[in-house]
Design a protein around this ligand. Structure first.
Ligand SMILES: C[S@@+](CC[C@H](N)C(=O)[O-])C[C@H]1O[C@@H](n2cnc3c(N)ncnc32)[C@H](O)[C@@H]1O
Length: 225
């Protein structure tokens, strides 16, 4: 019997569309703020497509779900997992991610495939594959896309769960740095240092201009607040 995946049978499309559209207005912590890349797929849509391409549709297991009613009930259960998974605020919610990963493992005999996106662009697909526990590979002709993918999927896992090294954060010892939090703290610290140094050294060549939206003056070259 050919196994059908959930994506081949049914999806809660309205919810996926809603979350994908909502993502456009998220401006804090979203990879699209790293560098704007055209035709970037919304993370919610990429997450939903990858997950539902790996999880079996209940009709593929008649021994477990013999009637249509059983299958519909199981599909509803899977939809609930998916609908929680695509919410932006749940992107790092371990409980939600673990429930989703468990279903992938169940449908792949504990051995999920690796994912390759040969046209990775802004990296939505490999990033979401990695979030779902898959080994992800990204490729692109354009060096800017390659840099974005290195920053989002290649470098952060190297520093996973490690504390920051900058002198300010090193004084704080009572924090349990998780995921890329330590790395993010260093990027913030040293990014700010570079910004301030640049302003000191070349800022005089870029006179402040009046902010057209009001609220005083702003610098031409650097967003110094
Ligand atoms: C539509 S974008 C990909 C969007 C991406 N999959 C996402 O979800 O955000 C297409 C990408 O394919 C890349 N590309 C085009 N021709 C290519 C080729 N021959 N080899 C590798 N990448 C290529 C482009 O540089 C561009 O980044």
């Amino acid at each position: 019997m050919t196994v059908k995946k959930l994506i081949e049978v049914a999806l809660p499309l309205e919810k996926i569309n809603e979350e994908s559209a909502r993502e456009k207005s998220i401006r804090h912590g979203h990879p699209s703020t790293l560098h704007l890349w055209w035709a970037r797929r919304p993370l919610a849509a990429a997450r939903a497509v990858i997950w539902s391409s790996l999880v079996d549709d209940p009709s593929s297991h008649p021994e477990e779900f013999p009637t249509e009613e059983d299958q519909n009930r199981e599909r509803e259960r899977l939809f609930k997992i998916l609908e929680a998974l695509i919410v932006w605020e749940n992107s790092n919610n371990e409980k939600v991610l673990n429930a989703a990963k468990e279903e992938i493992l169940k449908s792949t005999n504990g051995n999920p495939p690796e994912l390759l996106d040969p046209f990775a662009g802004g990296g939505s697909i490999p990033l979401e594959a990695q979030r779902l526990g898959l080994k992800a590979h990204a490729h692109d002709l354009n060096p800017v896309a390659v840099t974005i993918n290195k920053a989002t999927i290649e470098i952060p896992p190297i520093f996973a769960d490690m504390p920051p090294v900058n002198p300010q954060s090193r004084r704080v010892v009572a924090i349990n740095w998780k995921g890329a939090q330590g790395l993010a703290e260093d990027v913030r610290y040293y990014g700010n240092w570079i910004k301030e140094e640049a302003f000191k050294r070349v800022g005089k060549h870029y006179p402040k201009v009046k902010n057209p939206g009001g609220g005083g003056y702003k610098c031409h070259c650097l967003d110094l607040g």
